[in-house]
Design a protein around this ligand. Structure first.
Ligand SMILES: NC(=O)c1ccc[n+]([C@@H]2O[C@H](COP(=O)([O-])OP(=O)(O)OC[C@H]3O[C@@H](n4cnc5c(N)ncnc54)[C@H](OP(=O)(O)O)[C@@H]3O)[C@@H](O)[C@H]2O)c1
Length: 317
């Protein structure tokens, strides 16, 4: 659903999987639907999202529209009984996220947030090493995600009506990673600067956890920051190669021991694993993914809501 930038990348990567079958595309216009269908050899091209969700040839809908449409488009697909993979951020706020989760549960259909980084090999490896206690007690997580964009009031990243701003688009990567590693923060402190259009240009956050750990996270639309991630524990430190959110290698540094390097070879943009996870869950009749559970998706949106409240970021909903 939607024929924009990420939809193209998702299809390119999905088509690397033998059991990924793209049967239909839905767009707001016939021309765009046909262009996309022609490029990727898709049998059905619909000029209305309503027609896509009612197609009998479709089992799972990938919602790849701008953030404010994730809620209505997911609800549309769920109401037709289709499973849904929805782009990040899952929703504009926790109220919407709860309604989406509740609709999927009452329909008993699969729903998952497309936080693609989570399914990548290096992240799975990091999770395993942490569970084995490699770093000791985790004390600190530091991550940044900044990219330099030329301010353009009409671009979705700067337009409040399209859910613009650094936090929901880029900042969600460090926030989601912190959630994966440390859970829900107990205390949140955040500051931000705003663009002329009224969305956050730059947001910095400190999360404190019941365990005593801290996460220090930054995001910006104004500059290309290193996009690094480090996890520091009482026994060792783990540093993910930049940019941390795409397929990456990492290394572990501990006192008195040689540096350990971990490399996870990868082909593609990084979106293949999330597609594979949807197919696996679908085949097994699961209604959610154990790797990206809906309760955690909701917690992440609640965390973003708290940050937004503190920095005064609101949207015309
Ligand atoms: N996972 C990732 O790495 C990643 C990367 C980039 C973006 N994203 C997420 O994916 C979503 C889409 O981002 P994108 O960069 O692909 O955006 P985009 O290039 O602007 O494409 C969005 C598509 O949504 C459809 N759409 C429906 N209502 C729209 C509206 N009112 N205004 C504009 N487009 C509308 C359009 O397709 P039709 O005209 O064909 O209907 C458009 O091509 C965002 O929520 C973003 O956070 C994820």
């Amino acid at each position: 659903m939607g024929t924009g930038g990420i939809a193209e990348k998702f299809v390119e990567d999905g088509q690397r999987l033998a059991d990924f079958h793209l049967t239909a595309v839905g767009s707001r216009s016939q021309a765009s639907a046909q262009r996309f269908a022609g490029r990727f050899h898709i049998p059905h091209a619909f000029s209305r999202y309503e027609d896509l969700v009612h197609s009998p040839d479709v089992d799972v809908i990938y919602v790849a529209t701008p953030h404010p449409w994730h809620y209505p488009h997911t609800m549309l697909a769920l109401s037709a009984g289709k499973a849904v993979l929805v782009e990040k951020p899952f929703a504009m706020n926790a109220l919407q996220a709860r309604a989406m989760i509740s609709a999927a549960r009452s329909q008993k259909v699969f729903l998952m947030e497309a936080m693609w980084t989570r399914f990548l090999p290096h992240v799975q490896r990091i999770r395993k090493l942490l569970s084995e206690g490699l770093l000791g007690t985790l004390m600190s997580l530091q991550a940044d995600h900044g990219q330099s964009f030329v301010p353009d009031p009409k671009h979705r990243l700067f337009d409040p009506a399209l859910g613009g701003g650094a936090l929901l688009d880029l900042g969600i990567y460090p926030v989601s990673f912190a959630s994966l590693i440390l859970g829900k923060p107990q205390k949140i402190s955040a500051v931000a600067d705003f663009t002329m259009t009224g969305v956050d240009a730059q947001t910095s956050m400190i999360f404190q956890y019941a365990s005593g750990a801290h996460a220090v996270l930054t995001t910006t639309l104004s500059a290309s920051t290193p996009t690094q991630l480090s996890l520091t524990g009482t026994k060792a430190r783990l540093e993910v190669a930049t940019p941390f959110y795409v397929p990456s290698s990492f290394r572990v540094l501990s006192q008195g021991r040689p540096v350990e390097e971990y490399n996870e070879p990868y082909v593609g943009n990084g979106l293949r694993e999330e597609a594979a996870e949807v197919i696996r869950c679908w085949r097994e009749g699961k209604t959610e993914s154990p790797l990206m559970p809906l309760e955690e998706t909701l917690e992440i949106i609640e965390t973003l809501d708290t940050v937004r409240e503190q920095i005064g970021l609101s949207y015309p909903l």
